[in-house]
Write a protein that binds this ligand. Structure first.
Ligand code: PHE
Length: 350
């Protein structure tokens, strides 16, 4: 092997040992740099006679080209390796399952409210909504609740700013104020008919929503839900209340054998009044009477406050607790779970 072939080979070896582009540039300098081996050989040509310069020059040039070729090959190899490593590091397994956002859903109490609206809707009831900040008039006075009734006390009712000393504003303690609000609107709408002594279309409405009382334990929450029901006409009786509410409960709990009990009770705004209890024919709650609603025939004073003549118009009202209905339907025993916002609990209802 001549001196130049040896030089080419040692250059190729040097390049092969370089594992980074910087190493390779250093190795290149040894041969092709300003004072590299090839450069030195080229300089040496100057001293040779013309003929020899030509042949020697051609040979050196060949060696230089071979070294450059080796250099370029190594450059390419290093670049390829770097790309390869980068691709590996950033590898994406497109066959992995995606990370989903998680599917939301309705709150169990909202599911119950939808169910209630659906069932009463099918019986011809409208759905009405009203304010949660109420006046003393709609929450108590118009509902025939005496001035000294215990429900008005600060222990039971959240009073808020606004209103007057004698008629303060409050967070509604039940959905019953919607009886008055809705009936008054209805009467307004059919004023012409009523003025002409004609009967107005019946009032048939439910009013679900949030209600508030100063109360908090496993079965009471300061904020809870109620759903009011009101049916007023010229010939609506307690029998209609029994039929409608029995039908509702049996449909809601999907049990034709569900038994209802109307237990005499008292509310200032109904007379007579009844607490409605249900009993499941089977299952873990079988045999127990469970209270689900208050009800009664709308008191004549309340009918009057609706703007109607109690001699002509009569009907019934009920107020039930959708939170309790939800607990019974799903077997939940602590009401507070509904309002803690724990997704582990809530996602079970989807
Ligand atoms: N408002 C009553 C309550 O909060 C329930 C009720 C509504 C009773 C309508 C009779 C008629 O307990």
């Amino acid at each position: 092997m001549n001196e130049l072939d040896a030089l080419v080979e040692s250059a190729a070896q040097g390049f092969a040992q370089a594992t980074t582009p910087a190493d390779l540039e250093n190795a290149k300098a040894l041969y092709l740099g300003k004072s590299g081996r090839i450069t030195e050989l080229m300089k040496g040509l100057a001293a040779l006679p013309v003929e020899e310069k030509k042949t020697r020059g051609a040979v050196i040039n060949q060696a230089k080209q071979a070294i450059e070729a080796a250099l370029n090959a190594r450059r390419q190899a290093l670049a390829d390796a770097e790309l390869e490593a980068q691709l590996k590091a950033e590898a994406l397994d497109v066959s992995l399952p995606g990370r989903s956002l998680g599917q939301g859903g309705l709150h169990p109490v909202s599911l119950t409210l939808e169910r209630i609206e659906g069932i009463f809707g099918s019986m011809g009831f409208d759905v009405a909504q009203g304010p949660e900040i109420e006046s003393d008039w709609f929450n108590f006075t118009a509902l025939n609740t005496p001035e000294d009734h215990p429900a008005r006390s600060m222990h039971d009712t959240f009073y808020v700013e606004g209103g007057t000393q004698t008629a303060p504003n409050l967070l509604r303690t039940h959905t019953s104020p919607m009886q008055i609000r809705h009936a008054v609107q209805h009467v307004q709408r059919y004023k012409a008919l009523l003025d002409a002594g004609e009967p107005m279309p019946e009032i048939r409405v439910i009013a679900p929503g949030r209600t508030y009382r100063v109360d908090s334990d496993a079965t009471h929450s300061p904020m809870f839900h109620q759903c009011e029901g009101l049916w007023i006409g010229t010939n609506v009786s307690f029998k209609d209340l029994k039929v409608v509410f029995t039908d509702f409960c049996r449909t809601f709990f999907e049990s034709d054998d569900l038994v209802l009990r109307f237990r005499p009770s008292f509310f200032p705004f109904t007379e007579p009044s009844a607490e409605i209890d249900i009993q499941f024919p089977s299952g873990p709650l079988a045999g127990r009477w469970l209270e689900v609603a208050g009800s009664g025939q709308v008191h004549p004073n309340v009918v009057r406050n609706m703007g109607l003549d109690p001699e002509k118009y009569i009907g019934f009202a009920f107020g039930m607790g959708p939170d309790r209905l939800t607990m019974l339907r799903y077997g939940v025993n602590d009401l507070r779970l509904f309002f803690d916002g724990d997704v582990r609990f809530l996602s079970q209802f989807q």
